[in-house]
Design a protein around this ligand. Structure first.
Ligand code: PMV
Length: 364
């Protein structure tokens, strides 16, 4: 599909006065990372992620037909009015208006909450923006009930991407690919697609324990981080390497090789951080406890048969990834050896989930 396919013909809003939709949408963790973008939120390279289950956002979008031309919306986060979130949502509404012109006919109240603590250092933009996109698509479906599920989810992912790139991987499917890649059928730069090639049972119900090393605000916003890839001395090679790593990951999912998975995922995480360390300005986003955890994981693997590995986002927290068969043993490892490096001993146990769910519809 092309960008133009997401611009609907005129949709008549005269029969829709008000209502509300609630979506529960997941966070995701990239295995091959997206870092660097072109204009209009088009990624420089393909990325692939596991959809998470427990780390999610629940958002209700209430809409009421506008009485005058002025745009109006309010945001509540965890029950409190949150004007500081407004600029990001304003940008989102502005970017989607070409594709959802009906939004200009309504006033909105947005009520959102996260399952994970806001100050956990876990990025909430992926789940937050995919929730917004799905709520907007529920309104579009109300106005045009003929749209197919395929169109609904592709366009939701397309809109989510305009809010935050990685959010387009938080809509549908356990494993999601974003970015056009020769070996991934249907893949697109415009939206995420469910990975539909073979996945070995070793990767079913994969586990992710998030070790909260640093709950502070992000040191580098992802907008600045992506910008630093423009003119970055290693950018071209990095983008090329990511495409190759997608091919490798596809083969790993098929073969079930956990050893190769561990190697590729850790290398991707360290490469993401290496890009930040070698940009200008440069950043070190890992904390000393991040490194202590990484060394503990390496020691543990060297002395056991474990297939536990780590990945990192653009921050200091560590995602521990491991097969479900190691759930009990890794829980002990975390308890005995790793949680001491987490702020307030805090960590979150998660696992791969299926994607977003519509949890309530209210047509008033
Ligand atoms: O979606 P953004 O613009 O916040 O970028 C997120 C980028 C990483 O989380 C670091 C990697 C990824 O692919 O999710």
């Amino acid at each position: 599909m092309t960008e133009k396919d997401f611009i609907p013909q005129y949709l008549d809003t005269s029969n829709l006065q008000k209502g509300k939709f609630t979506w529960k949408t997941p966070s995701n963790i990239a295995l091959v990372k997206y870092w660097g973008k072109k204009e209009h939120q088009i990624p420089e390279n393909t990325s692939i992620s596991f959809t998470l289950d427990s780390c999610h956002t629940i958002t209700t979008l209430e809409f009421v037909k506008k009485k005058n031309e002025n745009s109006k919306f309010e945001i509540y986060f965890e029950g409190k009015k949150k004007d500081s979130f407004k600029p990001k949502i304003e940008i989102f509404f502005d970017r989607i208006k070409r594709y959802c012109s009906f939004v200009s006919k309504f006033d909105f109240v947005i009520k959102s909450e996260n399952s994970f603590p806001h100050s956990s250092g876990i990025a909430s933009s992926a789940s937050g923006m995919s929730a917004m996109a799905l709520c907007v698509m529920s309104i579009e479906k109300e106005l045009n009930p003929k749209i197919t599920d395929d169109y609904f989810y592709k366009k939701a992912s397309f809109l989510a991407r305009l809010g935050s790139g990685s959010a387009c991987r938080s809509v549908k499917g356990e494993i999601v690919v974003w970015g056009m890649h020769d070996e991934i059928g249907e893949s697109s730069d415009l939206y995420g697609v469910e990975f539909s090639d073979a996945v070995h049972p070793n990767f079913k119900n994969y586990q992710d324990t998030i070790l909260l090393v640093d709950k502070g605000e992000k040191q580098v916003s992802s907008t600045l981080g992506h910008d630093l890839m423009h003119g970055h001395p290693f950018a071209k090679n990095r983008f090329q390497q990511a495409e190759e790593n997608i091919s490798k990951m596809k083969a790993i999912f098929k073969s079930g090789s956990l050893k190769d998975f561990v190697n590729l995922v850790e290398s991707e995480a360290l490469t993401l951080h290496a890009m930040m360390m070698t940009s200008n300005p440069y950043f070190i986003l890992m904390k000393s406890n991040t490194l202590k955890i990484i060394n503990k994981i390496w020691e543990y693997r060297a002395t056991t048969n474990s297939n536990v590995c780590f990945t990192l986002d653009a921050g200091a927290n560590v995602h521990l990834l491991f097969p479900i068969s190691e759930k009990e043993i890794i829980a002990k490892f975390v308890d005995m050896e790793l949680k001491q490096y987490c702020q307030n001993n805090h960590y979150i146990c998660d696992n791969v989930g299926k994607g977003a769910q519509l949890t309530s519809i209210d047509k008033l």
